[in-house]
Design a protein. Structure first.
Length: 242
């Protein structure tokens, strides 16, 4: 049995990734922070579809909580290891920098970037020992081109893309691949409040993505077919570059 940990796997893009990977015979570890009801719904959905999943509640921005949860899982599953990690949990706290509170800058960097360290670091040794691993980071178009009102989020996602490229070079020889995906607008709770009708006019494909379209790309990067792709950041944005 192969294990996949999906941070923020309870809602939105992470949920779509969890559902797909569970169909591909992974035992899915669904991390979430606080919305237990959503997490249980995702867990039940996977089980109804014949898949295997376990909930793992921890705050990815908190290194101690994260390490405790991962160590507890490893203790309870001594012969297993997490072969696939999807760093997906994220938040946004948009504002023009001139009005942005320091806390909103820090919270976004902690949740979207420090989490990469908190979750990935303790999972590397087992992947190295097993000479196999896949790490996929969910970045954003914002981290490639920068978006106004998102200095915090753009900085975090840009950092995540750079970390993806650096780590890929560190662990390639251990048969571990590290890639990122960079979605544009995806229909999830995160984009609630945005003017979809107006924004989609700027997108060549004239619509927001479905979460499952991003999940399909993540599932491909996790597959054996993608074994020679590493250090890449793949855009999935309907053509929205400028
Ligand atoms: N939606 C878009 O248009 C879009 C575009 C580009 C990139 N992205 C990126 O895609 C990823 C997923 O976004 P989404 O749209 O699916 O978001 P979402 O619908 O708001 O779901 C966020 C998920 O992350 C979890 N989460 C948030 N903070 C957490 C923390 N500190 N610790 C653990 N879990 C935490 C949430 O758990 P709880 O329910 O417990 O809070 C939830 O499962 C994010 O990294 C986001 O930046 C999204």
């Amino acid at each position: 049995m192969k294990y996949a940990l999906i941070t923020g796997g309870s809602r939105g893009i992470g949920k779509a990734i969890a559902l797909r990977l569970a169909k591909q015979d992974y035992h899915v570890l669904i991390n979430y922070q606080s919305n237990q009801q959503a997490a249980e719904e995702t867990l039940n959905l996977i089980r109804e579809q014949g898949g295997q999943a376990t909930l793992m509640q921890f705050d990815v921005s908190d290194s101690e909580q994260t390490l405790t949860a991962i160590n507890k899982w490893q203790e309870e599953n001594k012969d297993a290891y997490i072969d696939l990690l999807v760093n997906n949990a994220g938040i946004r706290r948009d504002n023009l920098l001139v009005f942005m509170e320091q806390k909103d800058f820090q919270d976004v960097i902690r949740t979207n970037l420090f989490s990469f360290y908190n979750v990935t670091q303790p999972l590397l040794q087992p992947m190295i020992r097993h000479k196999h691993g896949r790490i996929i980071n969910v970045a954003s178009l914002s981290g490639i081109k920068g978006l106004p009102g998102q200095c915090n989020y753009s900085a975090a996602k840009g950092g995540l893309i750079a970390a993806t490229k650096a780590l890929a070079q560190e662990v390639g020889r251990k048969n571990i691949t590290v890639n990122a995906v960079a979605p544009g607008f995806v229909k999830t709770d995160m984009v609630e409040g945005l003017d979809e009708q107006e924004l989609k006019k700027q997108i060549p494909l004239q619509r927001f993505a479905q979460a499952d379209e991003v999940a399909a790309l993540v599932a491909f990067l996790a597959s054996d077919e993608a074994a020679y792709i590493t250090g890449e950041c793949i855009s999935i944005n309907g053509g929205l570059y400028t």
